[in-house]
Ligand binder design. Sequence first.
Ligand code: ACO
Length: 294
Amino acid sequence: ISAGEGAGPGTRGTRTRSAGVRGEADRALGSEELAEIGMRFEVDGEIATITLDRPDKRNAQTFATWSALARIGNTLPGQVRVVVVRGEGPSFSAGIDLRMFTPEGVPGQGSFASVAALDADVSGERIRQAQQGFLWLRRPDIVSIAVVQGHAIGAGFQLALSCDLRILGEDAKFCMKEPALGLVPDLTGTKPLVELVGVSRALEICLTARVVEAAEALRIGLAEQVVPVGELEAATARLASALLTTDRAAAAATKRLLRGAQGRSLEEQSAAERAEQVMRIQTMFGGHGGPGND
Ligand code: ACO
């Protein structure tokens, strides 16, 4: 079968279906299904942790990885406010499974050759499905944290970029390798990269496919913190706890404002602030009918 079928991505990665119609994409994956894909998912109160768990293959990603990520997003327990994305072993993720470049491909998931054989709109749809695994990590109701040790290459770099925040081990190495392999970064990473480092630096990083090490990543805005690898877990726990100290609804509203800011004029952003604040004040101080009604 070709990429996107079977173990491939669910056909709908967002909550856009009509109410009452629940499909496969809305069923939470069990731990055994995730283990087969090379992933783990754990929830501890308001904190969920997604672990890429194929350390012997440096957490290489497949269509099944992206489908599982989308499913986790679709079925995230309502109490979760912080989502931690991490990788087991020495690397965060070595990017797309290189078997995709071979004629045989990834068993059950196809190869680039099988994607090339599809109509352009069908292969575009396959990519759209893969992107659903990444897009939900910027949802306003959660804050996502990528915890990166070792290599984060290609799809691995893009997975880290799809999170709101990045904590790096001192050995972290980012590389956008796609252009060196004749591809473009298409797993939603180009926009956050440009937002974080600007278009010129993003161009330089992508078009040289060079390695960006942890210290530089911190300096140019690709990371919020760099810590010794042995301290990553504790640093992540501290950040997650700190993020949970603010009011949940206010945090979501603030994230909506901050995420939307770049696409709005100052006037539009001011209006958005007013609208969010009116909602906050009504919710907190009891107004139900809107301004002027009480
Ligand atoms: N896909 C499939 N298998 C991989 C991948 C990958 N992307 N990366 C590593 N592996 C496998 C290796 O084949 C090896 O398997 P084996 O033990 O069965 O031989 C195992 O993981 C360990 O790999 P090493 O290279 O020995 O590990 P090392 O720690 O020395 O190097 C590194 C890690 C730098 C990540 C290296 O493996 C590498 O460069 N991988 C390829 C990276 C890449 O080009 N990714 C594609 C980017 S483009 C995109 O993502 C769209």
